[in-house]
Design a protein around this ligand. Sequence first.
Ligand SMILES: N[C@@H](CCC(=O)N[C@@H](CS)C(=O)NCC(=O)O)C(=O)O
Length: 213
Amino acid sequence: MINLYTWQTPNGEKPVIMLEECGLDYRLHMIDISGGEQKTPDFLAINPNGKIPALVEQGEASNQRVFESGSILIYLAEKTGKFLPSQGPERVETLSWTFFQVGNTGPMLGQWHHFDSAADERLPYAIGRYRDESIRLLGVLDSHLKDREYLAGDYSIADIINFGWVRSGISGLKDQGAGQFSALMDWVERVGSRPAVKTALDKLDQAKRAKSG
Ligand SMILES: N[C@@H](CCC(=O)N[C@@H](CS)C(=O)NCC(=O)O)C(=O)O
């Protein structure tokens, strides 16, 4: 049985979408990061870095833990043979756009969101720095998607991993320039309208409501 420990955030959505896309059975454990549940000893035994998402697959002989959303998606892709080609140029391209997310849009859009909406102090330099870099990254994705439906050939873990932060970045821009990223907005619509993506987001929403009471 696969146990997924997560919360309703752009990083937390990724493995739920992947599990739904792969049609795998799993148990969802909601870790309330606003209440510090990600720093408890039990959770740190799963992810020493104290962040969601993390996964434990219970095996007959032993359990396998997996942390970091990119690592979780690759683990599930290799387990099922889905959404990551096993070899060749398309695998390399898929991994490139997957790690583009891990190393770029995740941290930059995350910091933009933090300084713009969560920080106690309003720091224009920090907001501007992360907003400008986030917009540049959205532009990289938009240019790449101008003449293709998905990031790396067929729909893949590259699309699944990039989806949440891009959707959040586009909605963060609102009427202040989101329209310049028309190819990216079409892609968000394309990925977001997949039945498994809708199911995943609904399940997370319901699970968060149930947990928050
Ligand atoms: N690189 C990590 C980032 C995970 C991450 O930043 N998770 C956030 C939620 S989106 C978290 O757990 N924050 C709580 C904390 O930092 O204490 C991944 O992709 O899994």
